[in-house]
Design a protein around this ligand. Structure first.
Ligand code: NAD
Length: 245
């Protein structure tokens, strides 16, 4: 493939999810040709090259990565699950498989959707920077596996080999087709469960509009070049100020 054509070919792993579908739509708008890899096929997905499979299966991944120069990895089991083995298998082992498959397929850039919770130790963080240490006591097992996943992806960045990586860390994502955040809040309010305050009402939490999260991913991908300072680094992504919650 011509270099320019190849640079515009990307794959979105988890492209049927909430963030994934928004990312796919924006990539198509920007003239990318997009392959989607997901364990489930969504009916809402626009016209793309769809590959169904489990990201833990390298042989299933490879066809989706053929002739692709850029991969977005935004697949994960739902954070609310209590299946530790699944988090370990998909977020840690599966991410190793994704990295191997990318290298084997000749992918040049990998953008991971990480999470801001990787640095959360239970205390409010305001204007937190990316050099905060990883949480020593992550809030749950999902977060523990997101930490390991982020480390794996960032350590795999290798300019010599021509494989560049970056991680984007959003917190609560809201926007059209959000399956979790706002619907769960609304349901809880309807059931009268919003009358309690944990703490003194000054706890902070950060929400980011899905299109801003998508924008952060695409900016990172398009700036991921061998001479760029973003190689192998994580970036927090936020709307602006956190809100009191
Ligand atoms: P989502 O559940 O809507 O989408 C995840 C997608 O991954 C789904 O389509 C699912 O089918 C797919 N998937 C799961 N396991 C898979 C596997 N083994 N193989 C292939 N595909 C698989 O979740 P989302 O809210 O869009 O989250 C996307 C990413 O953003 C995740 O990595 C999540 O950790 C991260 N994140 C989300 C939020 C948020 O508020 N939604 C906040 C911070 C970080």
């Amino acid at each position: 493939l011509h270099l320019k054509q190849r640079n515009k070919r990307c794959a979105v792993i988890g492209g049927c999810g909430f963030l994934g579908t928004h990312l796919v739509e924006k990539l198509l708008d920007r003239g990318y040709s997009v392959s989607v890899f997901d364990i489930l096929q969504s009916r809402e997905l626009p016209v793309v090259n769809f590959h169904q499979g489990d990201l833990c299966d390298k042989q299933a991944l490879l066809p989706a990565l053929k002739d692709v120069s850029l991969v977005f990895h935004c697949a994960s089991p739902p954070p609310g699950s209590d299946n530790c083995a699944l988090f370990e298998r998909v977020n840690i082992q599966g991410t190793r498989t994704v990295i191997q498959a990318c290298i084997e397929a000749g992918v040049e850039r990998l953008v991971l959707t990480s999470s801001a919770s990787v640095v959360f130790e239970g205390k409010d963080i305001k204007n937190g920077r990316e050099d905060l240490p990883y949480a020593k006591k992550p809030i749950d097992y999902y977060t523990q596996t997101k930490i390991e996943q982020e480390k794996l992806v960032l350590r795999a960045c290798d300019k010599e080999k021509g494989f560049l990586t970056v991680a984007i860390r959003p917190h609560g994502i809201f926007g059209p087709r959000d399956p979790q955040l706002v619907p769960i809040l609304v349901d809880s309010a309807r059931c009268g469960k919003m009358k309690f305050i944990i703490g003194d009402g000054t706890n902070l939490v950060d929400f980011t509009f899905v299109e801003n999260v998508v924008h952060g991913h695409i900016l990172a991908a398009e700036r991921l070049k061998p001479d760029s300072p973003i190689c192998g680094k994580p970036y927090n992504i936020t709307n602006d100020e956190p809100v009191r919650f």
